[in-house]
Design a protein around this ligand. Structure first.
Ligand code: F6P
Length: 533
């Protein structure tokens, strides 16, 4: 394993700084460095990875035992070793094939829950299940992190497929989020889903109480308009939610991997069970591709290897996700949790310090908006930011096809500009034509130089449908898995979120004036005093 890392570092030292553009001379680099899966293509030709580099990266995957570890995950081995759990979100989208774990076919319960979700969604959407003022017009999903980001991202992404009630999301414990979301909603025709794997998350439980009180002011029996999605059945019943509207799942579905099951109920209500099932089929298609395709043509493996090349080998600390697809505007936020909560670790599975950096900082915004905001830094800043473009061949607005063309041309132009740049000679020529001469010409030309040689990849698909969204999300999930395996970390725990939660609980009575702040650092004491006015 170390040998594979060392060989990659040596290779990087030898090729660092060479023009990526030169790699296109001779041979069909574009074809060689593009892979496809069920109509989706991943073009990583605009990176400094050459045949030798790719070969070494593939060796890294082999040396990490990726094939065996992939099998272990799909088969339900307890690969989440720090929590002693299997990692089986893939079973949620492959329910038709039996999967025996600890002597039991886990898909039986999954199919049962899926059938109950489907029946409930149908009842709500057709008016068989009503609120106390008539047919459900609005659904409010209360959850945070993995119980919010996935469905919120997907509901937005699949807007053209909405044919059910309007779906809203409350996540932040900031009362502003509940207040702004509830304003204008009719409690008598609103269904509330409390989505929490643990049913203990303070933000979600606080918002659930708030929304129940809002409903109680207008509705005789608020609990009748509440549903719950959780692994903690006893807690949902203690909250007063009838068991027929509680949709459970197992602890081997991680929060940030949970939108394929009951956590996706809000999405199912928005797009209907058929649309939701198409989303599951897209995920299953990517699973099949990931399981069966040789590493050299395997999208999740390649995506992960490109990521490792840029972060751990080249040392680029961040990665920009740039969907040229407005409806994917929440994808970067979703990926922040998926990637950073999964692979933002500092020790290996055995507890030893990691000898290299773990996952990068993931950020982004949709194009073309980002072009008018932060692309300046991407093109001319001193740090290299590898960019990931996502783009559809077709939009959903046939009468606005000319706008889609403009969108695609901008996407392609950005990756071209990053690759090609603009030399000092080119910039000088442009400024000469504007009449500049001498020192002023030189000064102005230097401001207009684009260094170029900045890597990007493009993920391209025909159209953003439920199936394609399923492919995209499963692709990123498996990328995280592959990166985690190669780095030797546990991608499925999240101990790093615990300390802040504990300290917040301890600070609450101090802010209420019920406890003094002795033992706190000076800054925190000062801020508590400020907050108390
Ligand atoms: O605090 C982090 C976290 O545990 C995430 O991993 C999870 O998705 C989120 O909180 C919400 O947790 P729950 O679904 O249990 O409310």
């Amino acid at each position: 394993m170390n040998q594979a890392w060392d060989a990659l570092k040596d290779h990087h030292a030898a090729v660092e700084g060479r023009p990526i553009l030169d790699l296109f001379d001779g041979g069909d680099r574009a074809a060689m460095f593009t892979a496809q899966a069920d109509g989706m293509i991943l073009d990583f030709a605009k990176t400094n990875i050459d045949e030798r580099g790719l070969g070494l990266l593939l060796q890294l995957a082999e040396a990490a035992g990726l094939a065996d570890k992939r099998a272990a995950m799909f088969d339900g081995a307890r690969i989440n070793e720090t929590e002693g759990r299997a990692v089986l979100h893939t079973a949620l989208r492959n329910m038709d094939k039996p999967l025996v774990v600890d002597g039991q076919d886990v898909t039986i319960a999954l199919r049962d829950t899926h059938a109950r979700m489907t029946a409930f969604a149908d009842d709500v959407r057709t008016g068989r299940f009503t609120g106390q003022g008539g047919q459900i017009t609005d659904v409010v999903n209360i959850g945070i992190g993995g119980s919010d980001l996935g469905p919120a991202m997907a509901v937005l992404a699949l807007a053209p497929f909405h044919d059910g009630p309007r779906v809203h999301f409350i996540s932040n414990v900031d009362g502003a989020h509940a207040a702004d979301t509830l304003r204008g909603l009719n409690p008598e025709t609103t269904l509330v889903i409390v989505a929490s794997k643990t049913f203990t998350t303070i933000e979600t439980m606080t918002n659930a109480e708030t929304v129940r009180a809002w409903m109680a002011a207008r509705v005789a029996n608020p609990a009748a308009q509440f549903a719950a999605v959780s692994t903690a059945a006893e807690k949902t019943s203690a909250f007063g939610i009838a068991s027929e509207r509680v949709f459970g799942f197992e602890d081997w579905v991680g929060g940030r991997y949970s939108m394929w099951g009951p956590i996706g109920l809000s999405l199912m209500l928005a797009v209907g069970p058929k649309g939701f099932d198409a989303f599951l089929r897209g995920g299953a298609a990517m699973d099949a591709h990931f399981r069966c395709t040789p590493f050299a043509q395997n999208l999740p493996v390649l995506l992960a290897l490109v990521g490792l090349w840029h972060n751990q080998i080249c040392g680029y600390a961040t990665r920009a996700v740039l969907p040229y697809d407005q409806r994917l505007s929440r994808l970067p936020a979703y990926l922040q949790q998926l990637e950073m909560e999964s692979n933002g670790k500092r020790v290996a599975m055995d507890g030893s310090d990691l000898p290299y950096h773990s996952g990068p900082v993931v950020w982004g915004e949709p194009g073309t908006n980002g072009q008018h905001a932060f692309y300046q830094l991407i093109h001319q800043g001193t740090r290299v930011v590898p960019c990931e473009f996502l783009v559809a061949r077709r939009g959903h607005e046939p009468d606005l096809a000319h706008q889609h063309l403009l969108l695609v041309s901008n996407c392609l132009a950005q990756s071209e500009a990053l690759l090609r740049g603009r030399s000092l000679a080119e910039a000088t020529e442009i400024m000469e034509k504007k009449g500049l001469t001498g020192a002023e010409l030189d000064r102005q030309a230097r401001h207009r130089v684009f260094p170029g040689n900045r890597p990007s990849i493009t993920l391209a698909y025909d159209q953003l449908t439920p199936f394609v969204l399923g492919q995209i999300i499963a692709l990123y999930e498996h990328r995280v898995f592959v990166e985690g395996v190669i780095l030797g970390i546990n991608s499925y725990d999240q101990w790093g979120v615990e300390l802040g939660k504990e300290l917040a609980l301890a600070l609450q009575p101090m802010l209420e004036g019920k406890r003094d702040t002795s033992g706190k650092d000076g800054s925190t004491q000062h801020l508590v005093a400020w907050a108390r006015g």
